[in-house]
Design a protein around this ligand. Structure first.
Ligand code: AMP
Length: 454
């Protein structure tokens, strides 16, 4: 029998039957490694990305333990966003199809708190939600974790990005000590390991082989005269209209020049290179990551350590020194199963060693271009003169925007909190409204200065 078949696990027949019905035949790598310890009630910290089957890994674990006859909250799953919480609930519901009378609920911010309290009168068995809202319910005694068996922290790396670690720690404070804690994260920076050390006990560390599937990247090569590089770059933007793109060039000053040349042509671009101060580097990366800037011009050195989750396109404005640099540069796109595009500009014989079947050598003339093309990022960043030292949290900013200011949550993007300042991405069409409302209003009962980052 296939050693990775679900039937090697001691799962109830009804669960095996359901998995079979769902078409889950064999376990994915993260399931095969994490399910045995999860079913043994061990704490597990696992490296897993979206698409790895991690939701089923913890979902099967928590459902197998659940006692439906006990009308108490037994499992809590913390997710960084409402969208993710909705996906997790869907998957758990699918897995629970053969568990009658099970009550699963979502508790996220941006929804009516009172309605949530109302629907918790019949206590759910499983809650999936975002840390801020869960904490609010705990603080106000509308939720109790006294019977909690399983706590799951999903996408811990994004929780970290969004500044939720403090909230998670506060939630844990309410949870009983003899619980099982499962933590899933795509990356393992020190902060995640510290979190694991404080909230888990003898956690079993699961690392599946990364990049099992090669990144789906289409590689184009265009021969251009060095004088025509800038105009070709603009044609490439106009033709492909990427949501975000990193343009690699060979020297620090050159990256700055390219960004300035593009700005003069109504294309917003920022440069990142070794001459920037740390805070300038942070500003640039933050704006690129929160989609307030779509074009980043980088040198190889400056791009080191840069981790952008969904990068649509990489352009080699200057040929890389060698093939390994090429592979490294283009490997930043095509992540998480999403298709990426890698474009290389070359002249003369520069690209000879790159010629093979999978690469497409095209002519610049083949690009279809609208002459009046301008390129603007989808978001604009608001800066708030208050940060961690003022005890400002992402939920406070989101609350101020979606509450009194009346901005729908879907217009609010990534929120980054630093010591003395916070940055929030707002969809471009709503930026003036968000700015004037925040300027008039208060955050956590206090007034903060606000401005638009240009
Ligand atoms: P996730 O990484 O949890 O977002 O899961 C990715 C997708 O894989 C979901 O649509 C699941 O329904 C599906 N899935 C999870 N486990 C399996 C499995 N063992 N076999 C086939 N599909 C699966």
């Amino acid at each position: 029998m296939n050693p990775n078949h679900f039937s090697i696990l001691s799962l109830p027949q009804s669960m095996l039957h359901n998995l079979n019905n769902l078409g889950y035949e064999t376990m994915t790598p993260v399931q095969a490694q994490s399910l045995p310890p999860i079913l043994q009630n061990e704490d597990v910290i696992a490296q897993a990305k979206t698409g790895s089957g991690k939701t089923a890994a913890f979902g099967i674990g928590l459902l197998t333990k659940l006692d439906v006859k006990k009308n108490k909250l037994q499992s809590l799953v913390l997710c960084p966003t409402r969208e993710l919480a909705d996906q997790v609930v869907k998957e758990i519901r699918r897995l629970a199809r053969f568990t009658p009378n099970i009550k699963i609920m979502t508790l996220c911010g941006g929804m009516s708190y009172r309605k949530q309290v109302e629907s918790m009168r019949h206590e759910p068995h499983v809650i999936v939600g975002t840390p801020g809202r869960i904490l609010k319910h705990l603080d106000k005694n509308s939720l109790s974790l006294e019977a909690l068996d399983t706590l799951v922290i999903d996408e811990a790396h994004r929780m970290l990005d969004m500044g939720f670690i403090e909230e998670i720690n506060k939630v844990i404070y309410y949870a009983p000590a003899n619980r099982q804690t499962l933590l899933f994260s795509a990356t393992f920076p020190d902060e995640i390991m510290e979190l694991s050390a404080t909230i888990q006990e003898d956690a079993i560390n699961i690392q599946t082989i990364d990049d099992e599937l090669p990144n789906p990247i289409t590689e184009y090569f265009y021969e251009v005269d060095p004088d025509a590089k800038l105009s070709t770059l603009i044609k490439l933007f106009a033709h492909h209209r990427p949501e975000n793109v990193i343009v690699f060039c060979k020297a620090k000053l050159r990256s700055q020049e390219i960004a300035e040349d593009l700005n003069r042509k109504s294309i917003e671009a920022l440069a990142i290179h070794g001459n920037l101060e740390q805070y300038e580097r942070t500003d640039v990366l933050m704006q690129f990551a929160n989609r307030s800037c779509s074009v980043l011009i980088a040198t190889d050195v400056a791009a080191r350590g840069l981790d952008i989750k969904e990068l649509e396109m990489v352009i080699n404005y200057d040929m890389p020194h060698d093939q390994s640099t090429y592979t490294h540069r283009i490997g930043r796109t095509g992540r998480a199963g999403k298709e990426g595009i890698a474009i290389t500009l070359y002249s003369g014989y520069e690209a000879d060693e790159y010629r093979n079947d999978i690469r497409l050598f095209e002519a610049v003339d083949s690009l279809s271009v609208n002459k009046r093309f301008t390129f603007k990022s989808p978001n604009v960043t608001l800066v708030i003169e208050g940060g961690k030292k003022n005890k400002v949290r992402p939920g406070d900013i989101l609350g101020a925007l979606t509450g009194d200011a009346g901005i729908a949550g879907k217009y609010v993007g990534k929120i980054d909190i630093y010591d003395h300042q916070s940055y929030v991405a707002i969809e471009r069409s709503m930026i003036d409204e968000a700015y004037s409302q925040l300027k008039k209003g208060k955050i956590k009962g206090r007034k903060f200065s606000v401005w638009i980052l240009k």
